[in-house]
Design a protein around this ligand. Sequence first.
Ligand SMILES: Nc1ncnc2c1ncn2[C@@H]1O[C@H](COP(=O)(O)OP(=O)(O)OP(=O)(O)O)[C@@H](O)[C@H]1O
Ligand SMILES: [Mg+2]
Length: 105
Amino acid sequence: MQGKITRTHQSRIERALADQAGVVLLGPRQVGKTTLAQDIAEARDAVYLDMERRADRQILDEPDLYLDEQMGRLVVIDEVQLIPGLFGALRGQIDRRRRKGHRAG
Ligand SMILES: Nc1ncnc2c1ncn2[C@@H]1O[C@H](COP(=O)(O)OP(=O)(O)OP(=O)(O)O)[C@@H](O)[C@H]1O
Ligand SMILES: [Mg+2]
């Protein structure tokens, strides 16, 4: 990308991920949320899913089946607000991961 702006939020989000089970990236349209999330995902063991993509939505049709396989890995879910039912599954996933010793990230 030409003239890429360095994001001071990147280190803030990475620090939050070191402490918290989940981090929400919320902001106006076109400010660079997806780009920032993908940059963070690229720098670590992570998967990226976009709820605007049908194939990615299908992967999360059975959230626990898929997310159990991603134990210990950062899962980025872009446009998560499109699937409100996911939040309950994510809460359960966070609890499960905590019990397995994955308290953050
Ligand atoms: N760090 C950056 N420096 C310069 N341009 C950037 C940077 N991050 C994103 N952009 C550009 O800004 C535009 C919007 O980026 P992006 O799609 O990441 O934003 P978004 O917040 O996810 O948008 P949306 O609300 O539509 O999901 C794109 O054209 C992208 O190339
Ligand atoms: Mg986006």
